[in-house]
Design a protein around this ligand. Structure first.
Ligand code: ARG
Length: 572
C-alpha cells in the first residue's frame, strides 16, 4: 500500500473502533484548504445521532478515543475532525515511492481479464473524429487497467461486413481504380461509396445489383470474396498506420465478418429461437421482443435470412465470454448507440447469460471539430490523418517561436500535436460533448496536453542542471532536519495522491480523474519552482530535498501522461 492509502486506511479503522459504526473510505475526505489538515471527516454527525449528542460534542468524543501512529495532530473544528500527518515521515516515504518507475501501479487486478473494445472503424467508410475519441479513450482505459494489474485484451471490432460491401463491389467494378485503391484505400472506397449513392438516385437498378453482389458474398462466391478480402486487407493496413502514429495497439482485429463466416451469427439466432427469446414476424424477420422491457424490439435476422450488426454483437459477446471468462467486457462506443447496447445486453440476459452484467457500454459524447480549419478534401470526410498533420503543423509553428534551436523539431511537433488532441479528448467527462478548438488545445500556458509536456521538459531541465554535485545524504534524515516550506510540502503531498486518482479513474472509467489531477499537480509544481530555487538553493541540504522533490514530480507526471497515451518530452 502507498503511504497515502495506508494513512487513510488507518484513520478509517480507528474511526470504526472509536464510533463502533461502519466507516467507509468515502467518509474520509480531503479538506478544502491545506491549513485544515491532510484528511478530514464529518462522521461526527452520524455518531451524534446515534449517541443523542451534539455533533460538536460527538467530534470531541471521537478525538479522545483516537490514537494514530502516523498522525501528528488531531483537531476538532466544530463538527469536523481534521488530521495532520507526521510531515517528515510522510514526505520522505512519498519521495521514495514516487521515484519508482511504476509509481501508482498495483496488483489489485491480478487474475482478472478485462476486454476493452474500442476504435472499431468501418471498412470503406471514413474513420471519423468520433472513432478517434473511442481510440484514445479505449487505449487510455486499457493503460489504466493494465497499470492496476489487470490482464487486458484490446479488441478492434472492425465493421468489415454489411450491405455496404454489395454497394462498394458494384461501384468498384464500374468505376474503381486499382492504383487509387492501393494508394489510399479508405479514401477511394469511400469515394466509390458516395458515388454509388449519387448514381443510384438516377438508376434504380444499381441497388438491385448491389444486393446481388452482397448475396453472392454471403454465399461465398469467389469473385466477391476476393474483392472483399482485398478491401479489408488494404483498409486495415491503412488503419494501422494511424494506430502506429498514435502508438495504439490491439490484441485482436476480429471484426464482424468473422461471426458471419464462422456461422456463429446464425447459431445465436437459432439459440434465441430455441430458448423462446426470439420470434419470427409474419414477413420473416426474426426479432427479440423487448417492448415490455421498456426498449424497442431488436431485429436479429432480416427477412432474406441475413444476420445484422446486432446479431454479430450477440455472437461476439458469447464468444468472448467462452474464450476469456472476462471480469468486464467494455465497449467504448459513441452515445448514439446507447439503445443498441441496452438491447444487446438485455437479450444476453434473456438468453440466460448472467455475465451480461459484466458487459458495459462505455458511452461517450460527440466531438465537434471547427469547420473549415482543415483541408477536408471534397468536403466530405475529415480524415484523421489530416487532423494529425494539422496538429503537427500548428505545434511546429509554436516550437519554432519558442525554441528555434531544438534539434528534432518534426518529431517533437508531432508529439505536441498529438498531446493537444488527446488531452482535449480525455480531459472531459466522457459523456460530455467536446468542442475542439485549435488555439485552446495547443496553448502551452493553458490547461492542455502541451502545457503538461512543457512542465515535464522543464523539470527534466532543472534536474539536469542541478544533479551534479549534490550531497549524498538520506532524504528522510534531511527532511527531518530541515523545515519544509509550504510549497515543497504541498507538492509532495499532492504527489502522494497519484495512486488514489488512478484507482478512481478506473472505478468511474473517467480519464478526467487523471488529467485533472495532473493539471493540479503541475500548477502546484509551478508555484514550487517559482518559490524554491533548486540549483541555487539556500543550503546544500535544501538543494537535495528540492531535487528529490522535482524528480518525484517528474516521474509522477511521466507515468500519468503515459496512462493518458501522451508522450512525456525531455525537451521542447
Ligand atoms: N463499427 C461501428 C461504427 O463505426 C462501431 C462498432 C462498435 N462495437 C460494437 N461491438 N458494436 O459505428
Amino acid at each position: 500500500m502507498y503511504i497515502y492509502e495506508e494513512v487513510k486506511e488507518s484513520i478509517r479503522e480507528e474511526l470504526e473502533e472509536a464510533t463502533d459504526m461502519e466507516v467507509t473510505e468515502k467518509d474520509i475526505e480531503k479538506p478544502p484548504e491545506p491549513n485544515m489538515g491532510d484528511f478530514s471527516t464529518s462522521i461526527a454527525f452520524k455518531y451524534a445521532e446515534k449517541k443523542g449528542k451534539s455533533p460538536v460534542k460527538a467530534a470531541e468524543d471521537i478525538k479522545e478515543k483516537m490514537n494514530l501512529e502516523n498522525i501528528e495532530k488531531i483537531q476538532v473544528k466544530g463538527p469536523y475532525i481534521n488530521f495532520y500527518v507526521k510531515k517528515d515521515k510522510y514526505c520522505s516515504r512519498v519521495l521514495k515511492e514516487a521515484k519508482k518507475e511504476q509509481y501508482g501501479s498495483s496488483e489489485q487486478g491480478k487474475g482478472k481479464t478485462i476486454i476493452v473494445e474500442y476504435s472499431s472503424p468501418n471498412v470503406a467508410k471514413p474513420f471519423h473524429i468520433g472513432h478517434l475519441r473511442s481510440t484514445i479513450l479505449g487505449e487510455s482505459l486499457k493503460n489504466i487497467y493494465k497499470y492496476l494489474g489487470y490482464k487486458t485484451v484490446a479488441i478492434n471490432h472492425l465493421g468489415d461486413w454489411g450491405t455496404q460491401f454489395g454497394k462498394i463491389i458494384t461501384a468498384y467494378e464500374k468505376w474503381g481504380e486499382p492504383e487509387k485503391l492501393k494508394e489510399d484505400p479508405i479514401e477511394h472506397l469511400y469515394e466509390l461509396y458516395v458515388k454509388f449513392h449519387e448514381e443510384a438516385e438516377k438508376n434504380q437498378e444499381l441497388e438491385e445489383e448491389a444486393r446481388e453482389h452482397f448475396r453472392n458474398l454471403e454465399d461465398g462466391a469467389e469473385k466477391e470474396e476476393e474483392l472483399w478480402e482485398k478491401f479489408r486487407k488494404l483498409s486495415i493496413e491503412k488503419f494501422k498506420e494511424t494506430y502506429q502514429r498514435l502508438k495504439v495497439e490491439f490484441d485482436s482485429y476480429k471484426g464482424e465478418a468473422y461471426y458471419v463466416k464462422s456461422g456463429k451469427s446464425h447459431e445465436i439466432v437459432k439459440e434465441a429461437i430455441d430458448k423462446n427469446v426470439a420470434e419470427k414476424e409474419p414477413e420473416g424477420t426474426i426479432i427479440v421482443p423487448l417492448e415490455e422491457k421498456g426498449l424497442t424490439n431488436l431485429i436479429i435476422q432480416k427477412e432474406d435470412g441475413a444476420t445484422i450488426y446486432s446479431t454479430r454483437d450477440l455472437a461476439a459477446a458469447k464468444e468472448r465470454w467462452e474464450e476469456y471468462k472476462f471480469h468486464e467486457n467494455l465497449y467504448v462506443v459513441g452515445s448514439e448507440q446507447n439503445l443498441h447496447f441496452k438491447q444487446v445486453f438485455k437479450t444476453l440476459e434473456l438468453l440466460g447469460y448472467k455475465w451480461n452484467e459484466r458487459c458495459e457500454h462505455v458511452s461517450y459524447g460527440l466531438v465537434d471539430l471547427p469547420k473549415g480549419s482543415m483541408s477536408t478534401r471534397k468536403g466530405k470526410i475529415i480524415k484523421l490523418e489530416d487532423v494529425l498533420n494539422e496538429a503537427q503543423k500548428r505545434s511546429m509553428k509554436a516550437i519554432k517561436e519558442k525554441n528555434p534551436e531544438l534539434e528534432n523539431k518534426e518529431e517533437v511537433a508531432d508529439e505536441v500535436g498529438k498531446a493537444a488532441l488527446i488531452f482535449t479528448n480525455l480531459n472531459q467527462r466522457k459523456n460530455k460533448n467536446i468542442k475542439f478548438k485549435w488555439n485552446k488545445a495547443l496553448d502551452f500556458e493553458g490547461d492542455t496536453g502541451p502545457y503538461l509536456q512543457y512542465a515535464h521538459a522543464r523539470a527534466t531541465g532543472i534536474i539536469k542542471k542541478s544533479s551534479e554535485k549534490t550531497i549524498e545524504k538520506n532524504t528522510s534524515k534531511l527532511i527531518k532536519n530541515n523545515e519544509l516550506n509550504d510549497e515543497t510540502e504541498r507538492l509532495i503531498k499532492e504527489i502522494s495522491e497519484f495512486p488514489k486518482n488512478i484507482k478512481k479513474a478506473k472505478e468511474q472509467k473517467e480519464t478526467q480523474q487523471i488529467s485533472k489531477y495532473l493539471l493540479e499537480l503541475t500548477h502546484t509544481f509551478t508555484k514550487f519552482y517559482q518559490k524554491c530555487p533548486v540549483k541555487h538553493a539556500e543550503t546544500e541540504e535544501l538543494k537535495k530535498i528540492r531535487l528529490e522533490t522535482t524528480k518525484a514530480f517528474k516521474n509522477t507526471l511521466k507515468q500519468g501522461l503515459k496512462l493518458l497515451q501522451i508522450t512525456p518530452l525531455e525537451e521542447m
